[in-house]
Ligand binder design. Structure first.
Ligand SMILES: [Zn+2]
Length: 393
């Protein structure tokens, strides 16, 4: 073992190195085993330097949440141990029980490992005790992206560019879902343009092999709950995503009825950014979430977890409600250019906070299974009698 002053020398050298980082605006603290700085970007960064054998205990301690840590400490005490940021030790004698890794600490406490996203005291301790932890969805599970915009409405890239960029990410399919006409500021498409866009997507498919380009729409849910495009046109699309972009201040009953009416439309397959919230800028719509989720479940409509950083909508607690109902969820980026595809990770993180597993998220499915998981179109759900066979059908 090295003498103590050598160890401190190493720690000091690491601290000096960190303080050379060019993005630092201000050094807030520089202690024996701690450096705190304020970055030019506005973020505060705290670095703790601890011995390897303390790493797990320190990580657990600083990750939180506070209430989760309190529960773990209580559990440790019941077992005759004390848990702090350095280690879990015996109450008598201070013998180290665990501390190197979080996994080791949870195991000693008789718990399955609890993912950081779930450490919120919303049932995770009981789940870990009973070996019922969810296997949370991962970014690598995602096989397609189901909301994006092209130059046809307010996006920056063409259908082909979006297709190529998605293919480069290893996706199997994407849905190109430009806006409908009610969103005039986004140059939304009317019936005629939507039909032309479907043709363009089919033609682009020829030029972008190796990934399925699904013809989609983000159709507006109008004030009275009807949709912005006719059912005849919606029937031509592979994926119909519906969402609210107007009259966001309706009272609770009116807004609930409005979304319920949209869910009742047999062509609607996905409700996008269902609460309309914008992080730090706009509150969620006031409506009866339980009723909306129940209706979506009943009609086989999927709800979106919008990965765009301003939205993250549905958020964790609503996704958990969807999971408890056994609902289908999609995670989509709402990309307006090819660089936005990278937002998928924020959607996945949000979904993980909502306890979602791979099986809850239908865009983790291979193409054929994904398409089968979407609400069937009325024409597909009710096959025509054989006698009425016609070439145009
Ligand atoms: Zn939208």
């Amino acid at each position: 073992m090295r003498p103590g002053h050598d160890k401190q020398k190493n720690v000091d050298a690491v601290a000096e190195h960190i303080l050379k980082y060019p993005g630092i605006d201000q050094t807030l603290a520089h202690g024996e085993n701690k450096v705190s700085v304020l970055l030019g970007s506005g973020f505060q960064v705290d670095v703790r330097m601890l011995a390897k054998e303390n790493f797990g205990a320190a990580l657990l301690y600083f990750t939180g949440s506070k209430s989760h840590n309190v529960a773990l400490r209580g559990r440790a005490l019941d077992m005759g141990w004390t848990l702090n940021e350095y280690a879990m030790t015996t109450l008598k004698g201070g013998k180290v029980v665990a501390g190197k890794s979080e996994e080791e600490i949870y195991a000693k406490l008789g718990l399955d490992y609890i993912e950081p996203e779930l450490r919120e005291m919303t049932g995770e301790i009981e789940a870990a005790e009973n070996k019922k932890m969810p296997k949370l969805v991962k970014l690598q599970d995602i096989r397609g992206d189901l909301q994006m915009h092209t130059t046809a409405s307010d996006g920056r890239n063409s259908i082909e560019e979006m297709g190529e960029a998605a293919k480069a990410l290893g996706y199997e399919y994407i849905a190109l879902t430009d806006h409908s006409k009610a969103v005039t500021v986004a140059n939304g498409m009317d019936e005629k343009r939507t039909l032309a866009q479907i043709k363009k997507i089919r033609a682009a498919q020829e030029r972008v092999p190796g990934i399925r380009l699904l013809a989609g729409i983000e159709v507006d849910i109008l004030k009275n709950g009807s949709l912005d495009l006719s059912n005849e046109v919606l029937a031509q699309l592979d994926v119909v995503v519906a969402s609210v972009h107007s009259y966001m201040q309706l009272d609770r009953d009116a807004m609930t009825d409005r979304v319920l009416a949209a869910i009742e439309n047999p062509y609607v397959q996905i409700i996008a950014h269902p609460t309309g919230r914008l992080v730090l800028r706009r509150d969620a719509f006031d409506y009866d979430m339980e009723k909306v989720l129940d209706a979506a479940k009943k009609n086989g409509v999927a709800v979106e977890c919008n990965a765009y950083p301003d939205r993250l909508d549905l958020k964790d607690i609503h996704l958990r409600m969807a999971k408890q109902r056994g609902m289908k969820v999609v995670i989509s980026t709402d990309a307006h250019n090819t660089t936005h595809f990278r937002f998928m990770k924020y959607g996945v993180i949000t979904a993980r906070r909502g306890w979602l597993e791979k099986k809850d998220v239908i865009n983790t499915l291979p193409l054929a299974e994904f398409l089968a998981a979407l609400r069937p179109k009325p024409s597909a759900a009710v096959p025509k009698p054989k006698a009425a066979k016609s070439k145009s059908a």
